[in-house]
Design a protein around this ligand. Structure first.
Ligand code: ZN
Length: 340
């Protein structure tokens, strides 16, 4: 019980990409870059093991960004045609590629790093993909016209990729949907349907990570406008609880999400974020344990997976892996209390 895991990204080594930066450019190219991505993936898996993490991830070492990494091997996208677009309902602006034709997966996107990670750990392995709604919110569209249609096209491509990951031996496929906290009505309208399409036919564990975003300034400023109690999940949790997705990942440490909303996820595994990714303070095991104990009031220990609030890509390696060690130590404290 209380098996620990991570939400997704981890910092990349200094020799691979510029540190402490989102969208950091690669420092290598060609064959050296491919080798570097592979080595960094194996290193990330090993460092998670050493930190005491039970269900390890690839750390998203082989992609520049959690969304655009997946788009790299799809037909229908013009990467040279950059469109300046407001993202997450204009929370921040970004230059994004443009959809100019039917979306089709040309071949494997993440097979290389999934195989590398699988070959070098005996732990359960988790792999993250962007969710359909979040992709749609991070790309310009000149072909489909309706966001729901574009999302379904991406869901089909994601499903092909997810099935390949499962065949490689990935135990958990997680879709990241930070956009779920922004377009509440669309989640029920077409968000869940496209998410379920992306996960269709998978026999491995499926997860969705919904969150209030990385600890970057635009997100922190936005969070400051949300008031004392973040109740977005009150709308999304019941819909997610009724979905076919097995696990829900959310942020609990230093967030203003009322913990009792977890009740609305009855029947699901809950990945409880017990590590703040917007602060360089390394939590003490006792602080981690306190978050887990608070969540235990609303979810059984067998269904609670201590986790990070969100990805850790923009942090320093020392801070990120320090926090993962604290996560494991905090979970061990509570396990001991529960007599296991
Ligand atoms: Zn997140």
């Amino acid at each position: 019980m209380l098996r620990t895991t991570i939400a997704g990204s981890l910092p990349k080594p200094l020799w691979l990409a510029e540190p402490e930066k989102l969208w950091a450019p690669w420092k290598l190219e060609g064959e050296a870059l491919e080798q570097g991505k592979r080595d960094a993936t194996i290193l990330a898996v090993k460092l998670q093991e050493d930190a005491g993490i039970d269900i390890v991830g690839d750390g998203e070492q082989a992609r520049v960004h959690f969304v655009h990494g997946f788009l790299a091997n799809l037909d229908g996208i013009d990467f040279a045609k950059k469109t300046m677009m407001g993202i997450r309902n204009n929370r921040y602006m970004a230059e994004v590629p443009t959809v100019v034709g039917p979306i089709r997966r040309k071949g494997s996107v993440h097979g290389m790093e999934a195989r590398a990670a699988r070959a070098h750990t005996r732990h359960q392995l988790k792999f993250t993909l962007p969710g359909p709604m979040t992709i749609v919110d991070t790309i310009a569209d000149e072909h489909y016209g309706r966001r729901a249609d574009l999302a379904m096209a991406f869901a089909e491509a994601l499903n092909e990729e997810a099935k390949e990951l499962e065949a490689i031996g990935v135990d958990v496929v997680q879709f990241d949907e930070p956009a779920y906290n922004v377009y509440m009505a669309e989640v029920a309208d077409w968000g869940i349907a496209t998410l379920e399409r992306a996960a269709q036919g998978l026999t491995c564990t499926t997860a969705v990570h919904i969150c209030y975003g990385y600890g970057i300034k635009a997100n922190i400023d936005w969070k400051n406008t949300l008031g004392e109690s973040w109740r977005h999940y009150e709308d999304t949790f019941p819909v997610l609880a009724a979905s076919s997705i097995d696990q829900i990942s959310l942020e609990c440490r230093n967030s203003r999400v009322p913990m009792d909303l977890i009740r609305l996820l009855k029947g699901k595994d809950v990945l409880v974020g017990a590590i703040d990714v917007a602060s360089d303070h390394i939590e003490s095991p006792e602080e981690v344990a306190a978050t887990i104990r608070a969540a235990l009031a609303f979810v059984d220990a067998e269904k609670l997976f201590p986790c990070t609030n969100c990805g850790m890509a923009p942090m320093s390696q020392t801070v990120a892996y320090g926090k993962l060690a604290a996560l494991a130590a905090g979970a061990a404290l509570v396990r001991q209390e529960l007599g296991s």
